[in-house]
Design a protein around this ligand. Structure first.
Ligand SMILES: [Zn+2]
Length: 433
């Protein structure tokens, strides 16, 4: 009961701490740019840093590689390795050429422990640690947290391991974590103990040499079912419902089976159904969906630095072409727009000219109309004046005639009177004599 209470407390705390960054996209953002070369052109050796640099999602990256595969282009084909690919496939005719490329990319054409390389991406949950890739003796993960019962894992792996465990409990499946993070010095001790007891061949098949242990990453868990109790040696874990469930569901929590059955020549270890490794949900899910069984193959296909450089070159070339096409289209559109603007300007000028002419015409018509109206009113006035004058003339003419008649009559009457008076005076004079 006490253990359960502690588990619940740890679980709740870890879950609360992780809530802000629980979703994968965000938790991935916590992994900074791991570029260490100082060369601005070199992409990060860590997949998510690399994808950020070329502004691509993991999904787009997988889509691109799928498209290239379908077109018969191997994006993981690294030129310098070409002779080694052919030699490896000749020795392993049962695998495809694509698989041969992937395996050679992680040095699997070489003897285990014969040509050891340093793990290039210590900051990433995607790091590959095996009999070809070694961790530094003084290195331990910075973000280890106690999952429970002094079992330490890197924070992201710890949170996901608890979610996985919780989900199993909901399905009435019970597991217990046997071993999680183990230090370099613990590997030194375990391996030297095994050598003393079992000899090199058996030890190398079952134990990692110091610096080569997946457990030093803080991302690996050895787990077993609770009941009936079992041990790592002589376990029947692969026959349990728990193991079957993990094979179908662990990828949803970012875990993969690290040492699958029948792949000892790749992994260097015999089948370990209890050993699960956190690589993140993107990669675990991609492996599940693509049916890629070993992490070595996935790494050699999708994550190795030479592969990332190839993909970067392909992506940049495609973008360059797309940009050139876009520029050509932009220029063509600009030219068409310029031409349309020129035509529109001509039409506008034409219209303005027509409008001006219409205006002038209208002004002329108006002037003519005004003139016409002015002419009419002047004529009317003249007519009026003329009519007025005509009346005066006729009145004056009539009066004149009357006056003349009167004057004539008066004058004739005067003359007549004078004649009569003269005749009377003459007749009076004759009488007097
Ligand atoms: Zn293990």
């Amino acid at each position: 009961m006490k253990t359960k209470a502690i588990f619940i407390i740890v679980f709740t705390t870890a879950l609360a701490a992780a809530l802000g960054s629980l979703f994968h996209g965000q938790s991935l953002a916590a992994f900074g740019d791991t570029r260490k070369t100082g060369d601005e052109d070199a992409p990060s050796l860590e997949i998510y840093g690399f994808l950020r640099e070329i502004n691509m999602s993991f999904e787009e990256y997988l889509d691109l590689t799928k498209e290239l595969d379908a077109a018969g282009i191997y994006p993981h084909f690294i030129k310098e390795n070409a002779p080694r690919y052919e030699a490896y496939q000749e020795k392993n005719p049962q695998i495809s050429f694509s698989e041969a490329i992937a395996y050679v990319n992680v040095n699997l054409d070489k003897e285990f422990y014969s040509d050891i390389l340093d793990v290039p991406n210590l900051d990433s949950v995607t790091m590959l640690v095996n009999k070809h890739y070694r961790l530094p003796s003084d290195w331990m993960p910075e973000n280890l947290i106690n999952v429970y019962d002094s079992h330490f894992l890197q924070e992201e792996a710890a949170v996901h391991s608890l979610m996985l465990r919780e989900s199993m409990i909901e399905n009435e499946l019970r597991i217990v974590f046997i071993s999680t993070y183990r230090s370099y010095s613990s590997a030194v001790n375990t391996y030297s103990y095994a050598i003393d007891r079992y000899g090199v061949a058996f030890s190398d098949l079952n134990y990692a040499r110091a610096g080569h242990s997946d457990h030093q990453t803080g991302l690996a868990i050895d787990l077993l079912h609770i009941s009936p109790p079992s041990t790592l040696t002589g376990t029947n874990f692969q026959d349990t419902e728990e193991f079957k469930w993990l094979c179908e569901n662990a990828h949803n929590f970012g875990f993969i089976l690290r040492y699958p059955d029948g792949h000892t020549h790749i992994t260097g270890y015999k089948f370990e159904p209890w050993h699960w490794r956190y690589v993140g949900t993107d990669i675990a899910t991609a492996m599940y969906e693509k049916g890629i069984v070993t992490y070595e193959e996935f790494y050699g296909r999708y994550l190795a630095s030479g592969v990332l450089l190839n993909v970067r070159d392909i992506v940049l070339e495609r973008r360059r072409i797309a940009e050139a096409e876009e520029e050509a289209l932009r220029v063509a559109l600009q030219e068409a727009a310029d031409e349309a603007a020129r035509i529109a300007a001509n039409q506008a000028e034409e219209a303005a000219r027509a409008a001006r002419q219409a205006e002038i015409r209208q002004a002329q018509e108006e002037a003519a109309e005004r003139e016409r109206l002015a002419g009419e009113s002047a004529a009317a006035e003249d007519l009026e004046r003329a009519q007025g004058a005509g009346q005066d003339t006729s009145v004056f003419g009539a009066r004149h005639i009357v006056f003349i008649i009167f004057a004539f009559a008066f004058f004739s009457g005067g003359i007549f009177l004078l004649i009569i008076l003269k005749r009377q005076r003459k007749s009076q004079g004759q009488k007097q004599r």
